[in-house]
Ligand binder design. Structure first.
Ligand code: GLN
Length: 484
């Protein structure tokens, strides 16, 4: 068995090899990984709670398959962290909210079932901003997550816990969710790979809904191959989510063949203007690496970019106000005690249960949907969304992939933007367009600032071209040596 200190370095391939050569059993690895994660977790608060019984049971199933000579699956024995907005049967799933502090779901998300069928071992549930609303993980009802690279800084959000767990080495891969950047931005801040697949590529069944037309489940890994392997395991049509796509799932990992010469890459000028910073320099250097690999780089324009934040924060709050209406204290949530009437009970439960950011969004969303304002705000935002999506489809007639920064700046200090929601919203400027268009996009590490903070480069491709996106990211990772 590896010593606990060696666990952080493991990749999926190393877990596979360790099992094949009988250096450890899946159960031994699960026990070591759990012990290591529990010991390390107080530093970052990346996990909200662990699920040792479920982890050991999953690991034993892998060992039994191995003993019978059966294929234990592409994720056999791999320790995984799952964002706490993704439900797990019998394991508390809080969505980072006091309202769901004691919620034990009676069912599993489809992505969870699939990752366990592939042999994955869920160690526990990872911290996040409440109902996935935020960019710093400071909106969690259970305390912020600290960035393992610099404990005074945020890990990004809303999937701060999954990103931090992978960066800290307390999980090999993780599942997060992305509605407006919540996988890519924390991946960038923590120096790991984070992938938002095409909308509909992964079933949303069992993902606690924030903004259903924008919500995605996606993987984190310390390298591109691991993230691709996890995506492959969870992707594909699911009867339980009518928006999940029928398109067959390619063998992503097998397509990482380094053939990127001649790939046409577009740099949208709207994403680079005014980016005179270390982030801009690192992404520009990343683009030089792509050129050296034989990619043809040209400037392009995505002219409606400036309207993306406005459109996003109207659409996502509108959908959130509707989705969060179910948390009323009647069924599975926390219920405020001692209310005289039913409406007092609703009011008190929601007043005490939701944090400030959720309340802000519910109010904004209710407003933009209200009679008289619907056309001016919600309908208009939907039209803008359409224009943004069209910008991308037009660009993809000229280029195979688009490369941009992920965030205008690296990880900021805890508390730095807490009093300024607008500054927090502006940090999503480069990531929300991919969600609005529903196209695949990812963050791949492209170096560190002089202060040692990781910076991610974003790669976007057309709908269902995850293979092209992964191939480019993998070639880049190998050429630059920035990955894990
Ligand atoms: N930071 C964005 C927001 O607060 C994105 C959240 C997300 O992708 N879940 O809405």
């Amino acid at each position: 068995m590896t010593a606990p200190t060696e666990i952080p370095a493991l990749t999926i391939a190393q877990v596979r090899e360790g099992l094949a050569k009988r250096h450890f059993s899946a159960e031994e690895l699960a026990r070591e990984a759990l012990a290591f994660a529990e010991a390390e977790n107080p530093k970052t608060n990346a996990y909200l709670h662990f699920s040792p019984e479920r982890a050991i049971a999953a690991a034993r199933r892998v060992d039994e398959k191995l003993a019978r000579g059966e294929d234990p699956g592409p994720l056999a024995g791999v320790p995984v962290a799952v964002k706490d907005v993704i439900v797990t049967q019998g394991v508390r799933s809080t969505a980072g909210s006091k309202l769901l502090a004691n919620y034990i779901p009676p069912y599993d998300a489809t992505a969870v079932i699939r990752l366990e069928q592939a042999g994955g071992v869920i160690l526990g549930k990872a911290n996040c901003d409440e109902f996935a609303m935020g960019s710093s993980n400071e909106n969690s009802a259970f305390g912020p997550v600290r960035n393992p690279v610099d404990l005074e800084r945020v890990p990004g959000g809303s999937s701060g816990g999954p990103a931090a767990a992978v960066a800290q080495g307390t999980a090999v891969v993780a599942l997060g969710s992305d509605t407006g950047g919540s996988i890519r931005q924390p991946a960038s801040f923590c120096g790991v790979v984070g992938v938002t697949p095409t909308y509909g590529r992964v079933s949303r069944y069992g993902l606690i809904a924030f903004a259903s037309s924008l919500d995605h489940i996606g993987p984190f890994g310390r390298n591109v191959r691991d993230a691709a392997t996890l995506l492959q395991a969870i992707a594909g049509r699911d009867e339980l989510d009518s928006t999940s796509a029928f398109a067959p799932v390619p063998d992503y990992a097998a397509l990482l063949n380094g053939a990127v010469r001649g790939t046409k890459i577009g740099l949208p000028r709207e994403y680079f203007k005014g980016l005179a910073s270390e982030t801009g320099d690192l992404v520009t250097r990343g683009v030089e690496v792509l050129k050296r690999l034989g990619c043809e780089v040209r400037e392009i324009s995505l002219p409606h970019t400036d309207y993306a934040i406005g459109a996003y924060y109207i659409i996502c709050t509108a959908e959130a106000s509707s989705n969060l209406a179910r948390f009323d204290g009647v069924r599975y949530t926390f219920r405020s005690a001692d209310s005289a009437t039913l409406s007092d009970m609703y009011r008190n439960t929601r007043g005490e249960g939701f944090g400030a950011e959720c309340k802000r969004r519910i109010m904004l969303g209710t407003y933009v949907l209200s009679a008289g304002y619907y056309d001016a705000y919600y309908l208009k935002a939907q039209k803008v969304r359409h224009l943004i999506a069209r910008d991308f489809s037009e660009a993809f007639r000229e280029v195979d992939a688009i490369v941009t920064p992920v965030s205008p700046f690296p990880a900021f200090k805890l508390g730095e933007k807490l009093d300024d929601p607008l500054a927090m919203y502006l940090s999503d400027i480069y990531t929300i367009t991919g969600d609005l268009a529903g196209i695949p996009c990812m963050s791949v590490p492209c170096g560190k600032t002089a202060g040692g903070l990781p910076v991610g480069m974003q790669i976007l491709t057309k709908h269902f071209d995850e293979p092209g996106m992964f191939r480019l990211a993998d070639a880049f990772e190998k050429a630059g040596g920035f990955g894990g």
